[in-house]
Design a protein around this ligand. Structure first.
Ligand code: UDP
Length: 238
C-alpha cells in the first residue's frame, strides 16, 4: 500500500488517497476542538492515542460481525480504511443522560433511563447539526425507512458490544456518536471513529470523566486520560 495525495482535511483527521482506489489512509491529528471550533488545542500524542483506541474498537467490532470501514492500523496515527460513500447523519446512542440531552430536556446528568436512546442528527455544521427524525431523513433523501431500521439495529448491536468491552475496562459508556457510509454494494458500514473524542466514558470506580469532556470542561489531563483508556482497552482485549 502506498499513501498518496491528501484528499480531505477535517478538524481531527486527514484522509489520503492510496494506490488502491478502494482504500484510503485516515490519519488522526493531535488537534482537538469543541463547540464548533470555538475552543481549540493541540494535545501531544492525541492522534496516536485516538488512532490506537479507535483501531482496537473497530477491529473488535469487525471481529464481532459489524461491518466497518476499518481494515488495519498502518502506523502510530494511521489506519487503512475502505472507501465508503458518506451518509450525512450522526447517530448518538445514549445509555446515561448527559450533555446536550440533559440541557435540552432539563434532566440531571447521570440519570440512567430504562431504554437506550438513539438521536439522529443532520451533519450540517452551519445549522448546528440539528436533531432530526426518521421522516426528515427520508424527506431529505438521505436514507430509506428500511435503511433506517437497519441503521438503528446496527447502532444497538454496536452499543451492546462496545458497552461489554468497556465494562471489562472498568468504564461506563455513557453515550457516543457514530457515522455511517455505504459500501459499493449499497450496504451500510460503520465509518469514522469511536474514541474518547466521540464518546462519553466514565470510570466505574470513581465516576471520573475519561473523554473529551476533560477538554470541553477544562478538567485537565486530557492526554494522560486518553492514555489510561488505551491501556485499559489493551488489557480488556488480551
Ligand atoms: N458527539 C460527537 N460529535 C458531535 C456531537 C456529539 O462526537 O458532533 C459525541 C459527544 O462526544 C458525546 C455524544 O456524542 O459523546 C453526545 O453528545 P451531545 O449531544 O451530548 O453533545 P455535546 O453536549 O457533547 O456537544
Amino acid at each position: 500500500m502506498k499513501q498518496m495525495e491528501l484528499l480531505y482535511e477535517g478538524k481531527s483527521k486527514q484522509i489520503f488517497k492510496t494506490d488502491n482506489p478502494d482504500n484510503v489512509v485516515v490519519r488522526f491529528k493531535d488537534d482537538i476542538t469543541a463547540f464548533y471550533d470555538i475552543k481549540r488545542a493541540n494535545i501531544l500524542n492525541k492522534g496516536r492515542l485516538t488512532c490506537d483506541i479507535s483501531s482496537m474498537v473497530l477491529g473488535y467490532l469487525n471481529d464481532n460481525g459489524i461491518n466497518t470501514h476499518f481494515i488495519e492500523r498502518v502506523d502510530d496515527d494511521g489506519q487503512l480504511c475502505r472507501v465508503v460513500e458518506h451518509v450525512p447523519v450522526e447517530v448518538i446512542v445514549r445509555n446515561v443522560v448527559a450533555g446536550s440531552m440533559a440541557k435540552r430536556l432539563d434532566m440531571e446528568e447521570g440519570i440512567v433511563p430504562e431504554n437506550t436512546i438513539f438521536d439522529l442528527c443532520l451533519r450540517r455544521s452551519d445549522l448546528g447539526d440539528p436533531l432530526i427524525n426518521d421522516h426528515h431523513a427520508v424527506a431529505l433523501g438521505l436514507l430509506s425507512y428500511e435503511e433506517l431500521s437497519e441503521l438503528y439495529e446496527m447502532s444497538a448491536k454496536i452499543n451492546s458490544l462496545v458497552t461489554e468491552l468497556y465494562n471489562k475496562a472498568g468504564i461506563t459508556v455513557v453515550d457516543f456518536k457514530i457515522e455511517f457510509g455505504r459500501a459499493t454494494d449499497g450496504s451500510l458500514v460503520l465509518a469514522d471513529e469511536l474514541s474518547p473524542d466521540t464518546c462519553r466514558l466514565w470510570d466505574k470506580a470513581t465516576g471520573e470523566r475519561m473523554d473529551k469532556d476533560r477538554f470541553r470542561r477544562d478538567l485537565g489531563s486530557v492526554g494522560e486520560t486518553y492514555e489510561e483508556v488505551a491501556k485499559r482497552l489493551h488489557n480488556a482485549l488480551k
